[in-house]
Ligand binder design. Structure first.
Ligand code: NAI
Length: 333
């Protein structure tokens, strides 16, 4: 059974006298850099010269060039998008990695699929918060933390585990629990939920929207019912705390009977086969190759998919309702 590490299992002293370079100041970079600094860790931020530098300065860090940050650091946290990590690693990081340093990832993607092959004399670890950066920061400030995955790919020093656990403690991950995993497991599960689970939820909502609109229900009422009220977010939060079915106790008996009596087989055999195919494409590397080729080709297909999603009428329906909910007047249209 994988270990769940708590605050008592991690020692921040491990990071004393060591400098952590956070490379990238986006979703995860900002949250992790701020949390580590608040935990008393010596943090520098390395970033290219783009708009993120404004936030770095506003938060009181001096932005360094990535190469300089890596040179100065004992621990390098690579928190830039997965699809650019290979090139940035090759050009700006690898030449400055010295024996004894630690390279940390927020996702196992590039190591697992072999786009980054680090030298043998460094530690390679994974600290992957299981939620968005804003929540990693907000939970920490509230005195809580976001659960995280932790893993070690390469333990050259013999002390990779104490290092990654100290980093997890520094960002607040061990306050709730840091789950031991592997680079392969973290990567494949993450891609699976992105590619097999969430698309089904999205498609389910869009199908429900089409069915209800075609039967004459008002757009406002439909988007309110499906997601604009925030109820699905509340249900998911309650699932995380109380359990998938225990959260149902917050709902009426009518609601519970309706859901339970119509649950079985709702997704169908087809969905299982689809999920198995998607998982196979993740595990055999064909998705990673497809995504690398898409990036090479300039992401034309991806941009088309984004445009298609943005053009769906559910967006306009949602904006209309949100506008009315935010409005202070009680207009009748
Ligand atoms: P992001 O998209 O927010 O990263 C933005 C940062 O990357 C900025 O500092 C920007 O300057 C830098 N950047 C962008 N393009 C660059 C380039 N070509 N060269 C150098 N720097 C560049 O990234 P995010 O979402 O924080 O992801 C970072 C890592 O954390 C990834 O490995 C991701 O899988 C992982 N992760 C992300 C989560 C999230 O909440 N988004 C959750 C858990 C893990």
């Amino acid at each position: 059974m994988p270990v769940v590490y708590k605050d008592g299992d991690a020692n921040l002293e491990v990071l004393r006298d060591r400098t952590v370079a956070v490379i990238g100041y986006g979703n995860q970079g900002r949250a992790q850099a701020l949390n580590l600094r608040d935990s008393g860790v010596s943090v520098i931020v390395g970033n290219i010269r783009d708009s993120y530098r404004d936030a770095i300065a506003e938060d009181g860090f001096a932005a360094a060039e990535i190469e300089d940050a890596v040179r100065q650091a004992d621990i390098v946290m690579l928190l830039i998008p997965d699809e650019v990590q290979g090139a940035v690693y090759r050009d700006s990081i690898a030449p400055h990695l010295r024996s004894g340093k630690t390279l940390d990832f927020g996702s196992g993607y590039n190591i697992h699929f072999g786009y980054i092959i680090p030298p043998k004399d460094i530690d390679v670890v994974l600290l992957g918060p299981r939620t968005v950066g804003v929540e990693v920061r907000d939970a920490f400030v509230r005195g809580s933390g976001a659960p995280a995955d932790v893993a070690v790919w390469q333990d050259a020093s013999g002390a990779a585990w104490p290092t990654v656990l100290a980093l997890a403690k520094g960002i607040g991950g061990t306050r709730i629990g840091a789950l031991e995993t592997t680079f392969a497991e973290e990567t494949e599960l993450d891609l699976f939920s992105e590619q097999a689970f969430w698309p089904v939820i999205l498609d389910c909502m869009l199908t429900a929207y089409d069915v209800l609109i075609s039967r004459g229900y008002s757009k406002d009422a439909v988007v309110m019912e499906l997601f604009a009220s925030g109820e699905p977010a509340d249900i998911f939060r309650d699932m995380a705390t109380h359990g998938m079915f225990d959260q149902m106790k917050n709902h009426s008996l009518t609601s519970r009977y309706g859901a339970l009596s119509r649950r079985q087989g709702a997704a169908g055999e087809n969905l299982r086969r689809r999920m198995e195919t998607v998982l196979e494409q993740i595990r055999d590397g064909s998705f990673a190759r497809e995504w690398a080729a898409e990036n090479e080709a300039g992401c034309e297909r991806f941009q088309g998919l984004v445009r298609e999603a943005e053009a769906h009428p559910i967006n306009a329906a949602h904006h209309h309702l949100r506008g009315r909910l935010a409005s202070t007047t009680s207009a009748h249209k």
